[in-house]
Each structure stands twice: as C-alpha cells, then as structure tokens.
Design a binder for this molecule. Structure first.
Ligand SMILES: [Zn+2]
Length: 342
C-alpha cells in the first residue's frame, strides 16, 4: 500500500497511481483529523470521493503518530492527550474517538487504536502497553458503527515472543476480519524485525489478511511474505522519490550522481512503468538537478511500480512453487537472532 498521508499520494494523480499497479492505499487518521478535519472529508462525500480514488483505502488509527510525532503527550487508560502541532490546542485521542473519526472518513479497512511503545523500552512497559492495547481494542469494537468497514486488530508485544504470542492468541479469539503486527520498525535492527514477524505471523489465522505495519524494503517484504504476511505499507518509495532517489532492484540510486548525467538508458529496463518506458536516467537526473516537480512524479511512479512489481513476481513464484529458490537472495539471513523470552 503506497502511503497517502493527507488523502493523496504525494505528486501523483489517482490515475497515475492506478497505473503503478497499486490496489490499496493508506491514509493517516491523525493527519486528516488535524487537516482538513474528518467533517470536511465527510462533506466531500467520504475519503474515496473526496480524493478521487475508487480503489480500497485503509486508515490507520492515529496511535502510531500520536506516540511517535507529538510532544507533550499524556497516556492514560482513557486515551492519549497531546498538543496539536498546528495550533497548540490540546487534543485527546481515545479508542472511541479514533473509531468515530475513521467511521466518518469512511475507509474500507480501519485500524484499532493501539499503544505503540518506543524501542528500546523495558519489558514492563511493553507488557503494560500490550495489555492496554487489548482493552482499547474491545472499546474500538464496541464503538465501531459501520460494519462495511473492516476493523483490524493490532498485535503489539515488542521484541518479546511470549507477549507477542499471548496478544496474537487473544486477538484471534475475537474473530476480527483481519490482523496487523504493529510496533515493528520503530528502531530495532532488521534481524530483530524479521524474528518478530517469523514468530507472530504464523499465530494469526491464515484465512484472514495479515498486515505488517510500516515495513518495507525488498528484503523485509520477502521475509515477511515467507512468514505469511499479505499486506504492507511503507513511505520509502515516495519519500525517496521526493529526495531524487530511485529504487532499482533493491538498490538506492541518487539521480544527482554524476554517473547519470549522460546515461541514456531507462532506470530499469525490466520495469513496466511509464517512467521507464518513456524517459532516460539522464533526463530524470537533469530534472532532479533542476528541482523540477516532474522529477518527483516520475520517480514516485517508478519507485511504487518497482516495489509492487517485486511483490507481483513473488506472487507468481509462490504459485509456481519456486519462491524459496527464486528469492533466495532476499530470504537468506546470515545472523539470525533469538527473541527475548519472559
Ligand atoms: Zn520504472
């Protein structure tokens, strides 16, 4: 899922986004609540109509942003109070409020409001947050008023395998339409992320979508798919594009680099995207150096297509029974780690 924080995937029209092969996009409840406010989105006919995207949309709960972005937050059993970065006003986000906002926005998939502890943090704090996340989930289910929106629960538990499995089992009993693994990619080493996913994903039902939040790179995606993950979101393809960086077969290319100035090949000859079909590295390098807005559009088109194409190739390999060998380069990990046990 490309990330469309403020009801747009930056620099792309919905038609351009559609052509990348993107099926579902993610929008951020926290950001939309602050700007323009869910009332205006609802006034515009709901998120799909307001932003002109008729494909599936997922909204996150706002929890991750409240915990990672806002200063002066105060966490209680009731919810989280924080200061608005726009006008300094105190805002309270609770499980009830998050679901009401998401019901008003109208995405197809909505996420439970969870407490996402930072890393590193003590086991006690992770345990407290994981248990509170479960109590908050029950309040989310109670508040949720639009059954056509699928409410996903989020498994927390940090780097502790026993907390992860306890949370996964408790959530599974609630028979939700889908499940997410949250609280990863918050600063841990990649090997630790892989291990959390390997431990947690198989505990979630195979007949429901399993979503790994905020991940990633080629390697993380391949390893997570091997563990059973179906859905990903990541800002990297579009964020890198806006920094003049192309993703090419798992590498990161800075188009400002002198080697691209007279390189008249496409970014990736195997990439099916509009950018690679029509433009050269030299042209994109020129646009990036000149800070032309088209540079960021062309790179966003390419980067999103590139990563979606990667997952399409994985799907094909799985169907052919050759995933483990075709993607060995991404799946093999040298230094495996053990998660901490209680
Ligand atoms: Zn391309």
């Amino acid at each position: 899922m490309p990330v469309g924080t403020l009801a747009n995937v930056k620099t792309l029209t919905p038609a351009q986004l559609r052509d990348t092969g993107a099926q579902m996009i993610l929008s951020n409840t926290y950001h939309l609540h602050l700007q323009p406010g869910e009332g205006i989105v609802a006034g515009g006919g709901g998120l799909h109509k307001f932003m002109g995207w008729d494909g599936p949309i997922l909204t996150d709960s706002g929890g991750f942003q409240v915990f990672s972005l806002s200063e002066m937050r105060k966490i209680s059993e009731r919810g989280v109070k924080f200061r608005s970065p726009h006008d300094g006003q105190i805002i309270e986000l609770t499980p009830e409020r998050s679901i009401e906002i998401q019901n008003t926005l109208g995405a197809d998939i909505i996420m439970a409001f969870d407490e996402c502890p930072p890393y590193p943090v003590s086991r006690e704090e992770v345990e407290t947050a994981t248990e509170r996340t479960y109590r908050w989930l029950l309040r989310c289910i109670e508040t949720h008023k639009r059954p056509e929106q699928a409410l996903f629960g989020i498994v927390q538990g940090g780097i502790y395998s026993d907390l992860r499995s306890r949370a996964a089992n408790a959530l599974t009993e609630l028979d939700l339409p889908g499940y997410a693994i949250g609280g990863v990619s918050v600063g841990e080493e990649p090997e630790l992320i892989h291990e959390i996913v390997r431990v947690t994903a198989p505990l979630l039902p195979v007949n429901k979508p399993r979503y790994l939040m905020g991940v990633g790179t080629y390697r993380e995606i391949a390893i997570a798919i091997a563990a059973g993950i179906d859905l990903f979101d990541c800002v990297i393809p579009t964020r890198w594009a806006r920094h003049g960086t192309a993703m090419v077969r798992g590498e990161r290319w800075n188009l400002k680099n002198a080697r691209f100035r007279e390189d008249f090949q496409p970014l990736d000859a195997d990439c099916p995207c509009y950018t690679c079909k029509n433009f050269t590295r030299a042209y994109i390098s020129h646009l990036v150096r000149s800070q032309e807005i088209l540079a960021y559009t062309l790179l966003s088109i390419h980067n999103i297509t590139e990563i979606i194409h990667f997952t399409q190739k994985i799907r094909q390999s799985i169907l052919q029974g050759s995933f483990a060998t075709d993607f060995a380069r991404w799946l093999n990990t040298d230094n495996s780690v053990e998660l901490e046990h209680g």
